[in-house]
Design a binder for this molecule. Structure first.
Ligand code: PLP
Length: 384
């Protein structure tokens, strides 16, 4: 007999990224441009600080809101921005998102999220019975503040803004964020600003929505900037009432971010990672120029380490299946979108891997014969 599971199990979709990883497991030495984490390691001094934290017996729970030492270091780092007193150390940005959704949304409430989106923005809403309402940013990933305003109803409780974005790499300018904040002010909406890629803004200085709009929950972390994806440390800063509610839920869920990692994060804050941002900016140029010269329809990303081109033929799954059959791992766009027209490349990879990837994509630019005739059987509309 099937187990009786809660409705939220069927309401939440299985991550499409997992399907790609299952296919990838069968490949020998694939050209992997699918990974959402840096290709450099955690800095040595941060690794040593974690080892020292274990040896000096910092192995117990910390306070729910984070160790006093880390909170002081983070507050000093922020220099009084986003509220002086309240700051919550979270189990990475994921922890911050979960707690924010729990604190802000009742079942049936609406949350505005971008399309394309980072997967969690949608699935967390579905998990708790809230309704994701998409603001479409195709084809150039820009946010139209009028479009946002037209989607606001009396059930809208919050909006998520991700800049620099996964999967598009778009970075919003101060003017664009100011236009959005005017709308949010008029409707007194809470903004969740996912700033996990703040280090990786290449063309303009990174601007936080939190600097323009008080009712912003700023979420940041160390997974991407310091390659600490497995360490699970981030922080939330912003409106006091919201942070208190999130702290209450942290007590009954994550309890605290891992104590050892919190101790080492104090060292991470002191470590300058800007040379990695410089390297990734060059990789951005390499992949963008490679795709343009191969004839792909693509926007130049301003940050993060992703690029989101249009598939040259077929739909996202037929094209990505062909990429995988040619030893190249990329992610179908519908993992991050309600549309099936694009695919995501992560260029957090060696230059050699990026070059090999561009070579394969050049070859695959032309539609293969079976897709032209529709005999591919992949369910795409390419032959019609
Ligand atoms: N937000 C975005 C936009 C991401 O791309 C990711 C990870 O891929 C996360 C949040 C989650 O990161 P963390 O490891 O801090 O939970």
């Amino acid at each position: 007999m099937a187990m009786h599971l809660a409705d939220r199990v069927s309401a939440t979709e299985i991550s499409g990224i997992r399907k790609v990883f299952d296919l990838a497991a069968k490949l020998k030495d694939p050209v992997n441009l699918s990974i959402g984490q840096p290709d450099f390691d955690v800095p040595a001094e941060v690794r040593q600080a974690a080892a020292a934290a274990i040896e000096s017996k910092q192995n117990s729970y910390t306070q729910t809101q984070g160790s006093a030492a880390l909170r002081a270091a983070l507050l000093a780092h922020l220099g009084g921005r986003y509220g002086e007193k309240e700051l919550l150390v979270t189990s990475a940005v994921t922890g911050g998102l979960v707690l924010a959704y729990l604190a802000l949304l009742n079942p049936g409430d609406e949350i505005l999220i971008p399309d394309p989106y980072f997967v969690m923005y949608k699935q967390l809403a579905l998990m708790i019975g809230a309704k994701p309402v998409y603001y479409d940013t195709y084809p150039d990933w820009k946010v139209d503040s009028k479009k946002i305003e037209s989607l606001i109803t009396d059930r809208t409780r919050a909006i998520v803004i991700g800049s620099p974005s996964n999967p598009t790499g778009v970075v919003y300018s101060r003017d664009e964020l100011a236009a959005i904040s005017e709308v949010l002010k008029r409707h007194d909406l809470v903004a969740i600003s996912d700033e996990i890629y703040d280090l990786f803004a290449y063309d303009t200085a990174f601007c936080s929505l939190g600097d323009l709009y008080d009712n912003t929950l700023v979420l940041r972390g160390f997974s991407k900037s310091h390659a600490m994806t497995g360490w699970r440390v981030g922080y939330a800063a912003g409106p006091e009432e919201l942070l208190q509610a999130m702290t209450k839920f942290q007590q009954f869920t994550y309890v605290c971010a891992p104590s050892i990692c919190q101790a080492a994060t104090i060292e991470a804050i002191k470590t300058d990672m800007s040379r990695y941002a410089d390297e990734y900016c060059k990789k951005r140029d390499k992949i963008y120029e490679g795709l343009v010269s191969a004839g792909y329809d693509v926007q130049k990303p301003g940050g993060a380490f992703y690029i989101f081109p249009k598939v040259p033929w077929g739909n996202d799954s037929s094209f990505v299946e062909t990429c995988i059959a040619n030893n190249l791992l990329v992610i179908p766009g519908s993992v991050f979108s309600e549309k099936k027209t694009h695919f995501r490349i992560s260029y957090a990879a060696s230059n050699e891997t990026i070059d090999r990837g561009i070579e394969i994509l050049k070859r695959l630019r032309e539609q293969p014969a079976d897709h032209k005739t529709g005999s591919c059987g992949c369910g795409c509309s390419c032959g019609n």
